[in-house]
Unconditional design. Structure first.
Length: 344
């Protein structure tokens, strides 16, 4: 006797409704997980960050890195934060690449002041073959002083990364700036993938990566979480992570941006430390506007590197005496030159 003989409803095909597959994270840190960290009570977040920091950097030293603009202004990119863009009237005039002896004098002065890393920045979209040849000479000269070398020259082709590695380049800086979904609000003359491609070329050449971003550009909290997730999910994550607070330069599209809450900036430092425990997390642009107390909180949150010197490319920075005084008052010491060859 069949089921229909008992008065049951006619049988129907069974359709299985599978739940939608959630997006697959490209690394261990989802944006949601980073946001959860950013939203923790402030004291709890700093305690967690300091615990991670002490586990990986028991000496508690501060890396002092000096940044020099070796080729200033005239950049064809339209990054909304940058006073060196040729599209904006900021008073920055385009200049030629500095001569070797000028750069060596600046590097020696930085070393004499206690810096262990010397970074050379050039306002190019992407250097040409002849540009890379000249920068390679600068790298060799600075390396000869016993300093770690770093360069930030824009987008790199694979062969250029190999050439700079052969010259002795230790680090290449190429920031992601912000989360991918906010990136086109800041710049549209290059893509986010262009930045990721340069980082891949640098890694393939055996150069260590310096990569971070900027906050205070009008981004939402979720974009800050997205930036940290992008950085932490790089494989491997950067050895150096500069976190910049936007310096609002008149003439740039972002000159009127609302400044980031200083405590939110400290939170960014703490979450960078937790998600990238072995990286040197650097206080970069905007330190002048943070003040000593907020910088002290940043060191507590896990920052262990600063850009050191009176100028960052074309914007101001605390002078050397002020930094020496602050570190002394906090009982912090600079990383010695003898340690500079070891990666964090």
């Amino acid at each position: 006797m069949g089921a229909n003989d008992l008065g049951a409803a006619p049988s129907r095909p069974v359709t299985l409704h599978r739940p939608a597959t959630p997006p697959v994270s490209r690394g261990p840190w989802s944006v949601e997980a980073v946001q959860t960290l950013l939203d923790k009570p402030f004291n709890d977040l700093l305690f967690q960050a300091q615990t991670v920091h002490r586990a990986h950097f028991p000496d508690g030293d501060i890396e002092l890195a000096t940044l020099l603009s070796v080729k200033t202004g005239g950049c064809p990119e339209n990054c909304g934060y940058c006073p060196q863009s040729a599209e904006f009237d900021t008073g920055v005039k385009a200049q030629k690449l500095m001569e070797v002896d000028e750069v060596v004098r600046a590097a020696q002065a930085a070393k004499d002041a206690g810096a262990t890393r010397f970074c050379m920045g050039a306002a190019w979209r992407a250097p040409k073959d002849r540009d890379v040849e000249k920068v390679a000479v600068l790298v060799e000269a600075v390396k000869g002083l016993g300093l770690q070398t770093c360069a930030t020259l824009g987008m790199l082709e694979p062969q250029h990364a190999v050439q700079l590695k052969a010259a002795g380049l230790d680090y290449y800086n190429h920031n992601l700036d912000t989360a991918p979904e906010y990136y086109t609000d800041i710049v549209d003359t290059r893509s986010y993938q262009d930045r990721l491609d340069t980082l891949a070329h640098v890694r393939a050449a055996g150069i260590s990566v310096c990569c971070g971003g900027i906050v205070g550009m009008g981004e939402a909290p979720v974009h800050r979480a997205g930036l940290i997730a992008q950085l932490a999910n790089l494989d491997p994550y950067p050895e150096s992570v500069p976190i910049n607070s936007l310096v609002r330069v008149p003439g740039t599209p972002l000159a009127d941006s609302e400044p980031i809450d200083p405590l939110d900036f400290v939170r960014m430092i703490a979450v960078a430390r937790i998600t990238m425990p072995k990286a040197r997390v650097r206080l970069s642009a905007g330190r002048q506007q943070l003040g000593d107390a907020v910088q002290a909180l940043c060191f507590l949150a896990g920052a262990n590197s600063i850009f050191y010197g009176d100028k960052l490319l074309v914007t101001g920075n605390p002078d050397v005496e002020a930094d020496v005084s602050l570190l002394r008052r906090l009982g912090l010491r600079g990383r010695s030159t003898s340690e500079q060859g070891a990666c964090a």
